[in-house]
Ligand binder design. Structure first.
Ligand code: SAJ
Length: 422
């Protein structure tokens, strides 16, 4: 069956580029989002997120009539759900996944589903979420049959196909990356593969829904565990007065060793979240994954304590000075290098904590933004001013702009990314 009309539910960092990709292959695409401003922006041919090259594609597909955005779902042949799956903090120390957005999306598309439609869950999800989605759809539409009821011959096909693209490289990775496609039946997988083949040049690998869910969680948990190893090394090396960056580069000369880089903590919307989806499901069996999360989550606090020690040292050496006279500059606020995204950023949380605890000036140097989003007790300044005025320089993100400058000899340097260490 041909997919003439494709609907993408959730027009964020994954949904909008995916919708634009289908539309660029001359498919009629209906994007759905609850955010009226995002819908209006897209219908003007503009974008509400930062992603290189995406603006050009969206402008062209909207102008040519292949992509439109709406707030209420309309009939289509395939529905891709790309809504957030955050976690909710409850009384236990293990955060639980929140499937509320998926449930809302399933209830929104149910009324327009028709026999022969394909529904794909793209959102990163805990194991079992695709089956749960199919249950929500079946409950809302008892007149249609679903794979969990009659398998291959169901009216509606349901599959999980997790997104795996790297922010900042989404347009290229959407086309080139391999896709893991897990249908609730063999036919569901085959139909989903047929759909993605519209624009995917990578291999579409077939599996079942649960394995596809776990594959995505495994990828991000693997990275989290590896970063935790690097972060733990950084604490050990600090205690033993060893340069962790030199140590890692030496160890990485071994042909089978590839240690990642320590930093101020792990940020973003995926790697710091997805491991919890495994831990909350199988807490007794996920001890390593749980510990890695704890190690990475505790790193920002360790950095803040380093800053407190530096303030203490300056005051001890200069008894006539007060903490009000000490200026601290935080270099980098984004959640990783060379992007402008401050959400879920350990750098931002460290800078805010310093601003809260310190009585003197706290400067922020972030070349990728023009204004600070919220009024924190932080002053956004250019690189040179940060270097010139700071008694304590805290390097939090390895932006390319910081690699060609060096801190003044008179300041104390806390370099969490190792670009100035030597
Ligand atoms: N980080 C380190 N040390 C490193 C590498 C990264 O501290 O050696 C930190 C970064 O500074 C950042 C965090 O980890 O704070 C995450 O950055 P990232 O570049 O590792 O990953 P994300 O969150 O931008 O994107 C990840 C990708 N997953 C993997 O590489 C396994 C991407 O492919 C996924 O599609 C994305 O998560 C997602 O949406 O799940």
């Amino acid at each position: 069956m041909n997919f003439e009309t494709i609907s993408v539910i959730g027009l964020g960092y994954i949904g909008l580029p995916t919708a634009a990709m289908f539309a660029s292959r001359k498919k009629k695409v209906i994007g759905v989002d609850v955010n009226q401003r995002a819908v209006d922006t897209i219908n003007r041919g503009e974008i509400h997120i930062v992603e290189p090259e995406l603006d050009i594609i969206v402008r062209s597909v909207v102008k040519d009539g292949y992509l439109k955005a709406v707030t209420v779902p309309e009939p289509a042949d395939a529905f891709l759900i790309a809504v957030p799956t955050p976690f909710k903090l409850n009384c236990s120390e293990i955060p639980e996944p929140d499937l509320g957005y998926i449930e809302k999306a399933s209830k929104a598309i149910a009324p327009v589903l028709k026999k022969g439609d394909l529904v794909i869950l793209e959102s990163t999800s805990p194991v079992g979420a695709t089956e749960q989605l199919a249950v929500w759809l079946a409950t809302a539409r008892p007149d249609l049959s679903f794979p969990q009821q009659i398998g291959e011959s169901a009216d509606i096909s349901v599959a999980h196909c997790p997104e795996r693209v790297l922010p900042g490289h989404v347009v290229r990775e959407l086309v080139q990356n391999d896709r893991v496609i897990g249908g609730m039946s063999n036919r569901c997988s085959d139909r989903a593969i047929e759909l993605y083949k519209t624009f995917v040049e990578g291999v579409c690998v077939k599996t079942n829904a649960r394995t596809a869910e776990m594959a995505k969680l495994t990828e991000n948990s693997c990275r989290d565990v590896q970063i935790a190893f690097a972060n733990e090394l950084s604490l050990i090396c600090d205690e033993l007065q060893i340069d962790v960056w030199e140590l890692i580069s030496l160890a990485n000369r071994h042909p089978r060793i590839n240690i990642l880089q320590p930093g101020p903590g792990v940020g973003g919307h995926c790697i710091a979240v997805d491991p919890w989806f495994i831990v909350s499901k199988t807490p007794e069996l996920s001890k390593l994954i749980h510990t890695a999360r704890t190690v990475n989550d505790s790193k920002p606090n360790w950095v803040v304590n380093k800053v407190k020690d530096a303030i203490f040292n300056i005051l001890q050496k200069n008894p006539n000075k007060t903490s009000k006279e000490i200026t601290i500059a935080c270099f980098g606020l984004a959640f990783k290098a060379d992007i402008d995204d401050l959400r879920e950023s350990p750098a931002m949380s460290i800078a805010s904590s310093i601003a809260k605890l310190h009585h003197g000036k706290v400067l922020a140097v972030e070349p990728n933004i023009k204004v600070l989003p919220v009024s924190k007790k932080l002053e956004l300044v250019p690189i040179e001013k940060g270097l010139d005025e700071a008694d304590i320089v805290v390097l939090l993100v390895d932006h390319k702009e910081f690699k060609n400058v060096s801190p003044r000899g008179s300041s104390i340097v806390i370099d969490t990314k190792g670009i100035w260490s030597k």
